[in-house]
Design a protein around this ligand. Structure first.
Ligand SMILES: Cc1ncc(COP(=O)(O)O)c(C=O)c1O
Length: 437
């Protein structure tokens, strides 16, 4: 009998995060101060983030211990399972072996809890009382609300307005964990009022919501928390890849392709970075594929340059792929992929030819998400569905060329709160977003 699920025991939970900064050929370009545009000393970031996270932003140790208090919360759902998509393979008639690392088993349904718990813990340790943040799809907001509840912190979440209306149950979930939620752009901040003055019907964007969350933090003595992009966020997500390495070993296989979706790059980075390190050590080659929407083609169409992380120009400037910090993507259902920028770590790996980006149309993405749900039973989040579609294209190509492959998908979350998106797809109401379509 072929195994379907590869699980690790609780004591096999990784005790350290993997820090890729130790292994880059040259250091990342430093962040620039938003006003002077001069390199910014890391200490300047402590106005927004806890000291421990600021240190991790520039740490050069290859491994960083995970605090016991964080491990204790991780044990509620980690290690997460690795599954073999055997039904899907059969449906495709592909010789490829398809595996997926399932992060949807976390309390809030996605990988976002991995960094939320760490960030809430460090804030608690350093005396923070309340956090502010933004959320697109609501996955990050609910993950941070869960983590703040776990460590007794207050939380205000600015949720991108279009998602706020598309996903009312995410709002309920954030409130259930004790968080406050504000649709963005809002009248509550100057950044929000400025946007509304220009466009009262703005659907919002992550860039606008970040400005609002930062303004709120700086003006109320709270701290700010970001769910992607930054080095320390990718660091916290590396529990995913380390577990998956051990689980692929249990399966007796090694992936030749690792595929993930990219909004700001955290789940993809968390999965692929430990594999990059491991493959180098073994002298093996892996194709790393980053899947993004054609509606927000940050890597495939953006430029690599210094840019702000937010619309209101309050964040430090990062050297990254960007569509411009005032870019407002069309309101697609994969809200978590509607971000103009990219993690500088992922940008660097794209520049080095290690990561290959692909841009996908939401109609094709949902078609394969439905196929996945009908064969494997698990309903992918619309963001995750981008990784699924990119992987299935590889598996189809493997079928055409009769080439055996081992494909690993970063399955970042389930889509239980995304039924309106699936309803729209099934009713034929989703529009193509690719240029020329
Ligand atoms: C389920 C899911 N996957 C992926 C993403 C994209 O974020 P990142 O690229 O940081 O993993 C999000 C963001 O909200 C998400 O909710």
């Amino acid at each position: 009998m072929k195994e379907r699920v590869y699980t690790l025991a609780q004591q096999e939970l990784p005790r350290r995060w993997y820090n890729v900064l130790a292994d880059l050929d040259r250091p990342l370009d430093p962040p620039l101060d938003p006003r002077s545009r001069k390199p910014m000393p890391p200490e300047a970031l402590v106005a927004l983030f806890p000291k421990a996270c600021v240190e991790q932003e520039v740490a050069t140790d290859r491994f960083i211990d995970i605090p016991e208090e964080v491990l204790e919360v991780y044990r509620l759902w980690r290690p997460t399972p690795l599954l073999r998509a055997a039904n899907l393979e059969r449906a495709l008639g592909t010789p490829a072996h398809i595996y997926y690392k399932y992060e949807g088993v976390s309390p809030t349904g996605s990988h976002k809890t991995n960094t939320a718990v760490a960030q809430a813990y460090y804030n608690k340790l350093e005396g923070t009382k309340r956090l502010t943040t933004e959320t697109g799809a609501g996955q990050w907001g609910s993950a941070l609300a869960f983590a703040c509840q776990a460590f007794g912190l207050g939380l205000t979440v600015f949720m991108v307005k279009i998602s706020y209306h598309q996903k009312p149950y995410r709002k309920a979930m954030i409130e259930l964990y004790g968080g406050e939620i504000v649709p963005s752009p809002s009248e509550r901040t100057q950044a929000g009022r400025d946007v509304l003055a220009q466009n009262p019907d703005s659907p919002g964007s992550l860039g606008i919501a970040i400005s609002e969350a930062i303004e709120e933090a700086l003006s109320t003595g709270a701290k700010y928390s970001l769910g992607s992009v930054l080095n320390h966020v990718l660091l916290h997500q590396t529990v995913i890849g380390q577990e998956a390495l051990a689980q692929m070993e249990l399966a007796g296989e090694y992936p030749d392709a690792v595929v993930g979706c990219v909004g700001g790059g955290s789940n993809f980075g968390g999965l692929m970075l430990p594999f990059l390190y491991d493959a180098k050590g073994r002298g093996r080659a892996i194709e790393f594929i980053a899947a993004e929407p054609t509606a927000c083609p940050t890597i495939t169409q953006g430029e690599v340059r210094y840019d702000y992380g937010d619309t209101g120009e309050m964040t430090p400037l990062l050297k990254m792929h960007t569509l411009g910090h005032d870019f407002v993507p069309p309101p697609i259902h994969a809200g978590g992929l509607r971000y103009h920028g990219m993690a500088p770590i992922i940008t660097r790996l794209v520049e080095e030819g290690i990561v290959r980006p692909v841009a996908l149309d939401q109609v094709d993405v949902f078609r394969d998400a439905v196929l996945f749900a009908r064969t494997e039973g698990i309903i992918p989040a619309p963001e995750t569905a981008h990784a699924v579609h990119a992987a299935l294209e590889l598996a189809r190509e493997a079928a055409r060329s009769d080439r055996p492959r081992v494909i690993l998908i970063g399955f970042s979350g389930h889509g239980h709160f995304d039924m309106s998106a699936y309803q729209a797809y099934l009713a034929g109401e989703l529009v193509r977003t690719s240029p020329g379509n």
